[in-house]
Write a protein that binds this ligand. Structure first.
Ligand SMILES: *[C@@H]1O[C@H](CO)[C@@H](O)[C@H](O)[C@H]1NC(C)=O
Length: 100
């Protein structure tokens, strides 16, 4: 009953361009939302998470994501990308109460 969808499999941007990675979620419950990143040859790491409060969440490396309830989205964005941002980005959700 719960899912996340990342419509763009591959995103190519130029150095210093802005970046948006889309994430739409579907859940009947209140939820925790997460963005994880996996840099080449590294482990998955948490970029940021949202549960409640300010819908704009700041993360590592100048990333931020915005929770939009009416749109059921949690898009990740960065104002100016660097080549070192090349990675695999995962949107995730959990309906459980986690202690992080
Ligand atoms: C949330 O999404 C809706 C529908 O796409 C959009 O009209 C609205 O501007 C968004 N809200 C914010 C705060 O970005």
């Amino acid at each position: 009953a719960q899912s996340v969808t990342q419509p763009d499999a591959h995103v190519t941007v130029s150095e210093e361009d802005s970046l948006q990675l889309k994430c739409k979620y579907s859940t009947p419950w209140s939820t925790y939302l997460f963005w994880y990143v996996q840099y080449p040859q590294q482990r998955l790491q948490l970029l940021l998470k949202y549960y409640s409060g300010d819908p704009v969440v700041q993360g590592l490396n100048d990333f931020e994501a915005e929770f939009n309830k009416s749109d059921s989205s949690f898009h990740l964005r960065k104002a100016s990308v660097h080549w070192s941002d090349s990675a695999v980005y995962f949107c995730a959700l959990s309906a459980q109460c986690l202690s992080l």
